[in-house]
Design a protein around this ligand. Structure first.
Ligand SMILES: Cc1ncc(C[n+]2csc(CCOP(=O)(O)OP(=O)(O)O)c2C)c(N)n1
Ligand SMILES: [Mg+2]
Length: 369
């Protein structure tokens, strides 16, 4: 294990080797990060206004999400932990599908059957999230092994939180991955907290990256609030996996700036001073300072971009708010080829109640029995 990889200091000064990226590429990373920040704020307001049910924010994690996504090819796979929706946007999840999933409406590709804020996108090899901590790790390793057996030129990027390192899936997943030398990169987003359990109390190991040694793979620590460092570390780990050398564990040290979710009040279990410490290390401000020093972000340009992003997001919100909900009938569809009699009976009884309450909508007709 080497020292934590860092390219930009918290004030944006360059302290490591800059990657060979064009100005347009550098700015693209920024636009993605800012879009995630603006979108997060907007979604939280919708939740507070009672228009959507639940939000798990990624404020503070923008560099980790964008830097990791930027290192993957479109044909690679991304297995999400609890906060990789923004990374999926970078890889092609349409904003309209993102917002539809927040509303769980009829445009939601999960057909409203997931909790909201649990994305999936077939087009960019992004399987549906599971809130059950750590399950994506073994699923991703199995899929990576399948890719290896089939001789596919793809890498599986398997994301998890610091809390997930205590799950059964972490041990079984990393163990099998090491033994089978699968083309995978494990990305541990150490954001300081697993709900109210502090990351320092999650393990007695000297670091999360140190755990890699036991599975026969390298463990790399990265400043997760430094988008260029994240991109660099991920690019190297992805290249290693692609060339058949096996998996790595990349640990991104970052911070969850807001609550665990819209249902949480973090002031109950953590100090304001800790949040202030990380506010000074804001991934966006750091990168903005770097871009400004290179003449790539002039006065007022951030605000103008923010306005454009807000307008784009608002237009999508209006569109999705107007979309039909999933028909109630879809509750019992898609499991059996034909809806069996016991479910038809249950649905018809349920429909009577929904009709009395005025909650039945178009397409909710009773089944003929
Ligand atoms: C198997 C399992 N145990 C417990 C929970 C309850 N739970 C939901 S999120 C969470 C903490 C996750 O923390 P971390 O992995 O660090 O991810 P983060 O929320 O910080 O992104 C827990 C314990 C769960 N969803 N699944
Ligand atoms: Mg965490």
């Amino acid at each position: 294990m080497t020292a934590k990889l860092q390219i930009l200091e918290k004030d944006g000064a360059v302290v490591g080797e800059l990657p060979q990226l064009s100005d347009a590429e550098l700015l693209e990373l920024y636009q993605h990060m800012l879009r995630i920040r603006v979108l997060d704020g907007r979604m939280l307001k919708l939740q507070r206004a009672g228009r959507i049910g639940f939000v798990g924010t990624s404020t503070g994690l923008e560099a980790s999400l964008v830097g990791a996504a930027a290192a993957l090819r479109p044909s690679d796979w991304m297995w999400s932990g609890l906060r990789e929706g923004g990374a999926a946007l970078v890889r092609g999840l349409p904003l309209s599908e993102y917002v539809a999933q927040m509303y769980c409406n009829s445009n939601d590709t999960a057909k409203g059957r997931q909790m909201c804020n649990h994305f999936q996108h077939k087009g960019s090899n992004y399987p549906s999230w599971s809130s059950v901590i750590g399950t994506q790790i073994t699923h991703g390793v199995g899929a990576a092994y399948a890719s290896k057996l089939r001789g596919e030129d793809v890498v599986h990027s398997i994301h998890m939180g610091d809390g997930a390192t205590s799950s059964n899936g972490f041990h079984s997943g990393l163990n099998f991955a090491g033994v089978w030398k699968v083309p995978a990169v494990f990305v541990c987003v150490d954001n300081g907290w697993a709900i109210s359990v502090c990351s320092r109390d999650q393990t007695a190991a000297e670091s999360y990256a140190a755990k890699a040694e036991a599975y026969g793979m390298p463990g790399i620590e990265v400043d997760g609030n430094d988008v260029l460092a994240v991109r660099e570390a991920m690019t190297a780990a992805v290249a290693r996996a692609r060339s058949g050398e096996g998996p790595s564990l990349v640990v991104l040290e970052t911070y969850r700036m807001l609550g665990h979710s819209s249902s949480d009040d973090p002031s109950k279990y953590r100090e304001d001073a800790e949040v202030a410490h990380w506010q000074e290390r804001c991934p966006l401000e750091r990168y903005e300072a770097f871009l400004a020093a290179r003449g790539l972000l002039g006065a007022g340009e951030k605000e103008a971009l923010e306005q454009r992003l807000m307008a784009e997001i608002d237009a999508v919100i209006h569109e999705q708010e107007g979309a039909e909900p999933m028909p109630l009938r879809s509750l019992v569809e898609d499991v059996y080829e034909e809806v069996p009699r016991h479910l038809r009976l249950q649905f018809n009884a349920f429909l009577e109640v929904a009709e009395r309450r005025g909650e039945a909508t178009r397409g909710d007709g009773a089944f003929p029995l």
